[in-house]
Design a protein around this ligand. Sequence first.
Ligand code: HEM
Length: 418
Amino acid sequence: MTDTLMDRTAEVSNPAWSTPLETLDPSEGTLWRRGLLLDYLKRLRQEDPVHWSPTGPSGPYWSVTKFNDIVAIDSNHRDFSSDRDITVGDQPAEFAIRNFIAADPPVHDVQRKSVTPAVAPERLGHIEQLMRERTAAVLDALPIGEPFDWVDKVSIELTTQFLATLFDFPWEDRRLLPYWSDVTTASEQTGNTTVDAAERERIMMECHDYFAALWRERAAQPPRFDFLSLLAHNEGTRDMINDPLEFLGNIMLLVVGGNDTTRNSMTGGVLFFDQNPGELAKLKADPELVAGAVSEIIRYQSPVAHMRRTALRDVEVGGKQIKKGERVVMWYVSGNRDPDVVPRPDEFLIDRERPRHHVAFGFGIHRCMGNRAAELQLRVLWEEILKRFSRIEVIGEPERALSNFILGYHHLTVKLHT
Ligand code: HEM
């Protein structure tokens, strides 16, 4: 068979290409786990870049899949609101937390500004050495030549340690952070935990009480640079403690924001270098490439698949009329594979000319607050890996998470070679 004929045959048996366009719904929760999400989005980019799906998890919605359309919407917060809902499915009405990622100005701006100093470049410069020592300790404790789960032993442990540092969270309790993060994002679609709605609410209130006690301690002490102290001492946010759903919402934004995202990039990077030994050889030959490699890992993984907005008025995007009140989903993972903007987008290439030119961190006023922090964690990790191991061999298939929002992995078995 010729290559083209093989491609066509593969396409016919793939639902991404065989499903009628009108019923193609890229938000279907199993697509990432089944390895089909990128094909669904590729078809939309090619055939219908601003696409209407009549049946989404919470009702009809638009899918925007081209890089420049995504940037246009994300930069236009006056017409596209983040108020309340930022995922394709709506929040459960009975326990709706509030936070600044799901808010418009002025609330968004005041709250974001209050916590930004914790991840500002100067602050990150101060904690880099500590992060490096902790990363080295985690890597030095790993078994050589024996299979183990990279997700648990490295990705979860390192992102948890980093978050505990940003919160100045009690060290011995730090694994509560990923536990609460998983409970926050749990739903029938994520498969992260099996809690029902009542149990979730109970655990979230436990989390609230734990953080509220810490907040009180910090409020009584002189100001510092951890998230809680910053919230407690800022004029615009110090009363937030009196509104449990807003306090909890913002705390959980900071926990979840820095958790699954960096964790899955740490796992994805191992997978991509295993699949592309030539790129690993390039990095070993020239360790200066590490910063570009980190951006490429983040682009290629795009751990936040999408963000959603709600149109505040009728707007035209890519030749389609979006009406006031309609849901608009920006598929970052698709924009990052748009061949009109990213050359050879389906390849993992660590020496790209413009490695940071991707939308994995979003754009506009909500652009990821922790983007430099995430890059730093990944850079330190890869610098320390290169000092120790010649190869991280992936054994078997990764176990992918069940989600249309966070693209990640539950387990990745690997074996280290020195
Ligand atoms: C590779 C890692 C990460 C990725 C891919 C990522 C991605 C994103 C994306 C796509 C957004 C929304 C952007 C938009 O709507 O335009 C966002 C927002 C946010 N991220 Fe990240 N993130 C990462 C790591 C982190 C870390 C480490 C932290 C904190 C320690 C963090 C905290 C936040 C916060 C607080 C927001 C809300 C910003 C706002 O609404 O103004 N993120 N992130």
